[in-house]
Ligand binder design. Structure first.
Ligand code: SIN
Length: 312
């Protein structure tokens, strides 16, 4: 482990969850155990320079822009300290990919920010959280580690590609076509791709801009499907949303009625971005496309990118 400090920011999730019965892996309450307590359960960290801070204590399905803002500010604060090697964030699996992408886009940190999680609560007979947390420490301390990454089940994923793809398995994440960045094996990182590049350490002005844009621009996600119509989009237009991400079928194709409503929304000045509802691949843009494509981002990440773009 590096001599510099690793800061751990707790946000809740199943990794901090508890169940009434030790054998129960699904009937539990997330976000019950404090981050200090999670760390205290790891004898491997004793005597290591570690600092913990509880930023939130939530089930990540309830993630909010306010928590994201706070998390980004705490990351930026700690990463600016010379004696801090990197930040580890304990997080629920359900929106981990969104938080990872938001932090990546908001911070572009040259030091590592490593999100980790668990699929089983801390009270499980065989919890996965402790090993995931140790693996996250190994990544945060690894020479050359940089940028926002996620660590789960011994696998390191980049913030742009990572997606939760399974409801139950311990290895619940995938990086799709891009593949993972690497693996953690007995405390060593084996990279199969490079650490994220083009990292610029955004200034605090960028975060101040985000903080000043409260409430954040409202961007909603709609999906194209058999029998899709235009009424949902018309309702969003009536509510004066700022943007709409549409999760199209296949290469971003849209039901004709939904498309007509989206064209009308766009004509009224609402930003429309087209992603794909397929879990892998990306929308390949064509010159005649009526809507901007999501540049490879999944619908939930395209929503974050559009909110940040609307904030300028
Ligand atoms: C959550 O996302 O906070 C709950 C589910 C999980 O962590 O697996």
């Amino acid at each position: 482990m590096s001599a510099k400090k690793i800061v751990v920011l707790g946000t809740g999730g199943t990794i901090a969850g508890t169940a009434a019965q030790a054998g129960d892996n699904i009937g539990y309450t997330a976000a019950q155990v404090g981050v200090e307590q999670l760390l205290a359960a790891l004898p491997q960290l004793r005597g290591q320079p570690v600092q913990a801070e509880q930023v939130a204590q939530i089930d990540s399905k309830d993630m909010t822009p306010a928590v994201w803002q706070q998390l980004a500010q705490r990351c930026q604060h700690w990463l600016a300290q010379d004696d801090v090697r990197g930040v580890v964030i304990t997080h629920g699996t359900d929106t981990l990919e969104e938080t990872a992408y938001f932090l990546h886009a908001a911070l572009l940190p040259s030091k590592p920010v490593v999100l980790t999680c668990a699929m089983r609560p801390s009270t499980a007979l065989a919890p996965d959280g402790p090993q995931n947390l140790l693996d996250a420490f190994a990544v945060a301390a690894w020479p050359g580690a940089a940028g926002v990454v996620a660590v789960c089940a011994g696998t390191v994923h980049g913030a742009t590609d990572v997606q939760k793809v399974h409801t139950y398995r311990l290895d619940a994440f995938s990086s799709g076509d891009a593949g993972p960045l690497g693996y953690v094996e007995e405390g060593a990182v084996r990279l199969v791709r490079n650490w994220p590049v083009a990292l610029a350490n955004r200034s605090s002005d960028a975060l101040n801009t985000i903080a000043a844009n409260t409430p954040w621009p409202r961007v909603e996600i709609v999906m194209s499907h058999a029998g899709a119509g235009g009424r949902l989009v018309q309702a969003l237009v009536a509510q004066k949303v700022d943007g709409i991400v549409v999760a199209g079928t296949g290469n971003g194709s849209l039901h004709q009625e939904l498309e007509a409503a989206l064209l009308e929304a766009q004509a009224q000045g609402i930003r429309v971005v087209c992603a794909s509802r397929c879990p892998s691949g990306r929308v390949l843009p064509k010159p005649a496309d009526a809507f901007r494509d999501s540049e490879g981002l999944s619908p939930v990440k395209a929503r974050i990118a559009l909110m940040l773009a609307l904030m300028g």
